[in-house]
Design a protein around this ligand. Structure first.
Ligand SMILES: NC(=O)c1ccc[n+]([C@@H]2O[C@H](COP(=O)([O-])OP(=O)(O)OC[C@H]3O[C@@H](n4cnc5c(N)ncnc54)[C@H](O)[C@@H]3O)[C@@H](O)[C@H]2O)c1
Length: 339
């Protein structure tokens, strides 16, 4: 294999564009050879923006191209599992956006295909590559704050996505909380065994009509005894709210929001600052670049990726448990949904 990894991109929407820009403008060890999208105009526009030489009519054409080493799956979640199976069978390494699928049977089939083909798979849990979260993980792992007892994750979006996206997203827990479930496991270095969810529709009744929720507080107990909460809302009017606090026997660690500047304005009536970075494209820019750098490096060096298929599966189990807890209004042990 050459020293440059050749990519095919499937899906030229919001996240496809973020990843295409990283590979094109920030990673000399990567090159996108082809892009496809069922919306050919979206694919054409992204190809023009990033200088991608080929736009194909289907993912199959990308998978049949022997010059392509790896694929980026950035199409809607409902397409991921089947594309993983096809890509693995075609011998391509795979970077797939979260979540792998909405149900465990499809995830297991996809992971089995990856295992059988011996290709590399990384799931798009980009927050693991964010400098703030990495620092929190280090504090827990090194014992810097002693033995952890409580963890609070606040994760609120500035505004809900369009209803059309909500309908195909799998719902709040599988689409949005999935990142926080991954963070909970990553930061604690342990597994959750029980989840209790209180949730509702408080942002937009249309979200409720689409069968989804927009506000949730999730209470989790880890195997090691740590008690944790995830606080989610689809709408925080002041912007993207991403904070974590962990209390341990020797202290605590917390991370606050990221701001476009450090300026504090004081006048006769108030002291204030500008709003936090508005959404994931701005707040997590560096982590998106670092996750692809890490994936490309893993492929180049033939090493395991840092976010594996199992790391993609377990947060889906957590999301299914969270929904079951809400539906049945009781704590749910993960083994109840982990068939
Ligand atoms: N890691 C993150 O922070 C993050 C952020 C946003 C989205 N995502 C995930 O990325 C995926 C896409 O989300 P998005 O926000 O970019 O959605 P989007 O709707 O903006 O883009 C999806 C694109 O895929 C195209 N598409 C649909 N079916 C296709 C198919 N069969 N083959 C090829 N292209 C197809 C659509 O036309 C669209 O252009 C979802 O799974 C989502 O959960 C992850």
């Amino acid at each position: 294999m050459s020293k440059q990894i050749h990519f095919g991109l499937i899906g030229a929407g919001r996240i496809g564009r973020v990843h295409a820009e990283t590979l094109t403008f920030r990673l000399p060890e990567a090159k996108i050879l082809a892009v496809t999208d069922i919306d050919s105009e979206a694919a054409q526009a992204l190809a023009a923006h990033c200088g991608i030489p080929t736009v194909t009519d289907s993912a199959d054409e990308i998978l049949a191209n022997p010059a392509i080493d790896a694929v980026l799956i950035c199409s809607p979640t409902g397409t991921h599992a089947e594309l993983i199976v096809k890509a693995a069978e075609a011998g391509k390494h795979i970077f797939c956006e979260k979540p792998i699928a909405f149900d465990l049977g499809k995830i297991d089939a996809a992971l089995a295909a990856v295992e059988a083909a011996g290709v590399q798979l990384q799931i798009g849990f980009n927050r693991r590559f964010d400098a703030n979260f990495v620092r929190v993980r280090h504090a827990v792992e090194s014992g810097e704050i002693g033995k952890p007892s409580l963890m609070h994750i606040v994760s609120r979006d500035p505004a809900p996505p369009p209803i059309s996206y909500i309908r195909s997203s799998g719902g709040l827990f599988l689409d949005m909380t999935i990142h926080d479930f991954d963070m909970a496991r990553f930061l604690m270095g342990d597994e959750v065994e029980e989840i209790y969810t209180s949730a509702g529709v408080m942002v937009d009744p249309e979200i409720g009509k689409a069968g989804d929720l927009d506000t949730a507080l999730i209470l989790m107990r880890f195997r090691n005894g740590v008690i944790a909460t995830i606080d989610n809302s689809r709408k925080a009017v002041y912007g993207y709210d991403q904070r974590v606090e962990i209390l341990g026997s020797a202290g605590k660690i917390e991370i606050g929001n990221c701001y476009p500047n450090q300026a504090i304005v004081s006048n006769g009536s108030t002291v204030h600052r500008d709003l936090p970075l508005n959404f994931f494209m701005e707040r997590y820019t560096e982590s998106f670049a670092l996750e692809l750098k890490s994936f490309t490096q893993a492929v180049l060096e033939g090493k395991p990726t840092l976010v594996t298929g199992i790391d993609g599966r377990i947060p889906v189990v957590m999301a299914l448990a969270a929904r079951k807890s809400y539906d049945e209004n009781r704590p749910v042990r993960l083994e109840e949904v982990n068939a």
